[in-house]
Design a protein around this ligand. Structure first.
Ligand code: SF4
Ligand code: FES
Length: 237
């Protein structure tokens, strides 16, 4: 363990942990948009900015991907921190003015927000879907073509590899804006995600469609479990 100081308070921190992890452990509220505790940090939104002092110099840093170092001092409530977070929220809001998740965080950070004419759900390139697919699901059906929110181009740059997708839906669940859409069609017989339709498997006991067939095949292959053993829904197991 190492010693760090958060807003003037001395606390212990695990070596190699991030500033954000320690702030959350100390119940310090920090806005985030591209962070998820089960995924590697990405550092795209800059909403989690804090001031850190290392080697005698204060500087702004995104807390989610900055590791703590011995005797680091951290400020979470300074004028600079507030201004920096507000600026990050403003930039997001100007780019995605109709997207609810962006609007909500902008309001929280003091940005003046107009009522939207329509409700939008833009891809803000937070990278959560890409990281979930790669790090948690392990199939890498999504890749980032242009990283970060500071990109020049307007179009979303997430590339979808339909052949690799198993229709698990993790990307849709984790997407903070509703950009990734998933729907069940044909009375639950099919799942549509990223515009592609997948067959759902029916439970061999109750007949209910309960999981994408490709996902079950993937589990069967990776866990070396016979597919027929996986064809029972959680309620009938
Ligand atoms: S539904 Fe497809 S793209 Fe989305 S996380 Fe699962 S495998 Fe990846
Ligand atoms: S949450 Fe840290 S940069 Fe987005």
């Amino acid at each position: 363990m190492i010693n760090i100081t958060i807003d003037g308070r001395k606390v212990k921190a695990a070596e190699h942990s991030t500033v954000l992890k320690n702030l959350q452990d100390q119940k310090v509220e920090v806005p985030t948009l591209c962070f998820h505790k089960d995924l590697l940090p990405f550092g795209a939104c800059r909403l989690c900015t804090v001031e850190v002092k290392t080697d005698g110099k204060w500087q702004l840093a995104s807390s989610c991907n900055t590791p703590v170092v011995p005797d680091m001092e951290i400020r979470t409530d300074s004028k600079k921190v507030k201004e920096s977070r507000k600026l990050a929220a403003e930039l997001l809001y100007y780019r995605y003015p109709t997207t609810k998740a962006v609007r909500d965080i902008a309001v929280r950070l003091g940005v003046e927000v107009e009522p939207p004419s329509v409700e939008g759900n833009d891809c803000i390139l937070c990278g959560l879907c890409v990281r979930a697919c790669h790090e948690v699901v392990g199939v890498s059906a999504l890749t980032f073509l242009d990283r970060g929110l500071d990109r020049d181009v307007e179009e979303p740059k997430v590339d979808y590899l339909a052949m690799a997708c198993i229709a698990c839906g993790s990307c849709a669940f984790i997407c903070p804006t509703g950009f990734v859409k998933m729907e069940e069609t044909g009375g639950g017989k099919r799942r549509k995600i990223w515009g592609k339709e997948f067959k759902m498997a029916a439970c061999k006991v109750c007949g209910r469609y309960f999981a994408p067939l490709d996902q079950l095949k993937w589990i069967s292959k990776t866990t070396k479990t016979p597919l027929k053993k996986l064809m029972t829904c959680p309620s009938c197991k």
